[in-house]
Structure formats: structure tokens, C-alpha cells
Design a protein around this ligand. Structure first.
Ligand SMILES: [Fe+2]
Ligand SMILES: [Fe+2]
Length: 337
């Protein structure tokens, strides 16, 4: 086995469904949208556009430590290098997640109960293959092949999802949690990235991810309503753990090491990162996106019937207000806007 592969044991039941009537019109509509909105990464992205690595990829405001004393002391050349390594590290994690999503969805085609859901899942397999293709091509062709190894939290989440025998756990972890956060992140990149090629890629991916998030909102409520109390607690705990893995511990240590920072400097950045997360001390656009992302997570949990007192408590522990009001997530309501 090489460093870029590993195996996961997985056992699940394949349901050979031979009821072909439309049972879930909403799910069929999502399937129709998926067929209508397919795109081709080789044709629909302008790969001839140059990427200026001397400028940077993400907006600087997304870099851990930005605006702090640590950042202010760096010279401009180091800031540009850090921007590129940091962005490539983050995109690499998204890339490994896209591969994991492709694998999980191929299992879901077998597992989900209706043909409405199986048809949709088969389109998501293609979507995730395209996302893996487009992000790896971007890193390889435009960013000098800077593909960083998979972070342990991403690996932990996907290993669990892929080894799991219950489809509703896979869907809660992938489409409800990971993809709801992915929608928020790709929206932020589509609007704020410095590099126009990454912007256009993010816009395309975002449209697909919104559909995938929609799969959980349509597919989960009936299943969740039918769960036994012990299955429900298993799901509540898993969802809290999935949120924790997606939100926390994705610190790009390797990117800072590549620039040549020493251990105490990197520890300092990590501390700043934890403090910023606690106090929401971010550049303004990041505060807005974070609030929108949390609002979406809370509203999707409510839609699928998962916002129990236990989930609410779990979200609170992660710093997400379970009563967050969608109307508050606008520019107008923010002080200083
Ligand atoms: Fe994706
Ligand atoms: Fe997706």
C-alpha cells in the first residue's frame, strides 16, 4: 500500500429495488435538476487563464493568524507564500473529502430504499467524481502539484462513514453535516477568492453541493421519524461528532512548516486560531459567512427532525446557537455594516 491509499472494511446490505413508480416526487425533481445541471470540468472551466501565485489564492482574511501581531510582523513575500501554501492545504482537504464523498455515494446507491433516491445518488457519484477531478487538476496544473496529505479529522470522518452499515448515518454525516458546511465554504470562496479560476470552480461546485444538501433534507425526515430511541441517540451523537470533526482540528500545520516557521511560532498561530474561533474575531466577510453557515446547519437539522434537546445542547457546546435566526444573517443587521 502506498502513502496515498488505504483500505476500509465495509459491510452493508444492497437493496435490489424493483418498484419503479415515482414514490417521492420531490426526490425525482432533484434528480431532474441534477441531469439538467451537469457540467464538464474539461470544457466549462477556462484552464487557459493563468493563476498568479505571487498574488495569492484565497482572500488573506481566511488565513489563520491574519490580522494578528504574528501576521503584521511578516514581510509581504512571506505573506504571499503563506497564502499559497495555506490555500493549497485547505483545497487538498476538500479534494480528499470529494473523493470520500464519491465513495460514500456509490455505497448509498446500493443502500437507499427507493429508486427515486437511488437515481439521485447515482448522479451524485458523477458529481463527486467531477469535483475530485476539477480540484486535483487545479492543484496539479495551476498550483505546482501542491497536494497535501489528508488531515486526520477528514480521514476519521470518512473512514467512519465508509465503514458504516446504516444509510441514514452516512447521509447525516455526508449530505447533512459535511455538505452543509461545504456549501458555506464554497460560497465564501466563490465570492472572496483572489484567484479567478478558483472562483469559477467554486461557483460550479457550489451549485452541485446545494443539491446534495437537498438530498438529506428530502430523504431523511421519514427515516428519522421512524427511528427507535436507541437509534436516535446514536444518530444524535454521531451528528455532533461529525460537526466537531468538520469544524475543529483542521489546522494546516504542514503549510506553516513548509514556509519555515518553527514549532513555537506555529503553536502561537494555533492559539490565535482557537481564540479567534471562540470570540468570532474574524474579518467581517468571514463573520457573515460563518453566521450563514451556522444558520443553515440549524435550519437543516430542524427540517429533518433532528433538532432534539440533545442536539441543541451538542450544538451549543460547539459554539453554534440552536435558536439562531435566519433573518439575522444579513449584512444590514451586523454592526458596522
Ligand atoms: Fe462535492
Ligand atoms: Fe457533494
Amino acid at each position: 500500500m502506498t502513502e496515498t491509499e488505504h483500505r476500509i472494511q465495509s459491510e452493508y446490505e444492497t437493496l435490489y429495488q424493483r418498484e419503479y413508480a415515482v414514490l417521492a416526487p420531490d426526490m425525482r425533481r432533484l434528480y431532474e435538476n441534477a441531469k439538467r445541471d451537469q457540467w464538464n470540468a474539461s470544457r466549462d472551466i477556462d484552464w487557459s487563464q493563468p493563476v498568479d501565485l505571487d498574488k495569492g489564492i484565497f482572500a488573506d482574511g481566511l488565513i489563520d493568524g491574519y490580522g494578528s501581531e504574528f501576521w503584521n510582523k511578516l514581510d509581504e513575500k512571506t505573506r504571499r507564500e503563506l497564502n499559497v501554501e495555506f490555500s493549497c492545504w485547505r483545497i487538498s482537504q476538500l479534494l480528499h473529502g470529494e473523493e470520500g464523498a464519491m465513495l460514500a455515494c456509490s455505497q448509498l446507491v446500493d443502500m437507499v430504499p427507493t429508486n427515486d433516491a437511488k437515481f439521485f445518488q447515482s448522479t451524485q457519484v458523477v458529481d463527486e467524481a467531477r469535483h475530485t477531478e476539477v480540484l486535483s487538476r487545479y492543484l496539479n496544473e495551476k498550483c505546482g502539484g501542491r497536494i497535501y496529505p489528508m488531515n486526520h479529522n477528514v480521514k476519521h470522518l470518512f473512514d467512519y462513514l465508509l465503514g458504516q452499515g446504516k444509510w441514514f448515518i452516512k447521509t447525516a454525516g455526508l449530505q447533512l453535516v459535511a455538505e452543509t458546511f461545504a456549501v458555506g465554504l464554497f460560497r465564501m470562496l466563490a465570492e472572496t477568492a483572489q484567484d479567478p479560476v478558483l472562483k469559477s470552480i467554486s461557483k460550479r461546485i457550489l451549485l452541485d453541493e446545494s443539491r446534495h444538501m437537498g438530498f438529506s433534507v428530502i430523504g431523511l425526515p421519514d427515516m428519522i421519524a421512524s427511528l427507535s430511541p436507541s437509534e436516535m441517540s446514536e444518530l444524535e451523537d454521531f451528528v455532533a461528532e461529525a460537526c466537531r470533526l468538520v469544524l475543529r482540528g483542521q489546522f494546516p500545520r504542514e503549510a506553516f512548516e513548509k514556509i519555515g516557521f518553527n514549532k513555537s511560532e506555529i503553536d502561537q498561530v494555533q492559539k490565535i486560531r482557537v481564540e479567534s474561533a471562540k470570540s468570532n474575531d474574524y474579518v467581517f466577510f468571514r463573520q457573515i459567512f460563518r453566521r450563514e453557515m451556522y444558520t443553515q446547519v440549524v435550519s437543516n437539522m430542524k427540517k429533518v427532525g433532528l433538532m432534539t434537546p440533545r442536539t441543541a445542547e451538542n450544538l451549543r457546546k460547539l459554539g453554534i446557537d440552536p435558536t439562531i435566526d435566519g433573518r439575522a444573517a444579513t449584512l444590514e443587521s451586523q454592526p458596522g455594516a
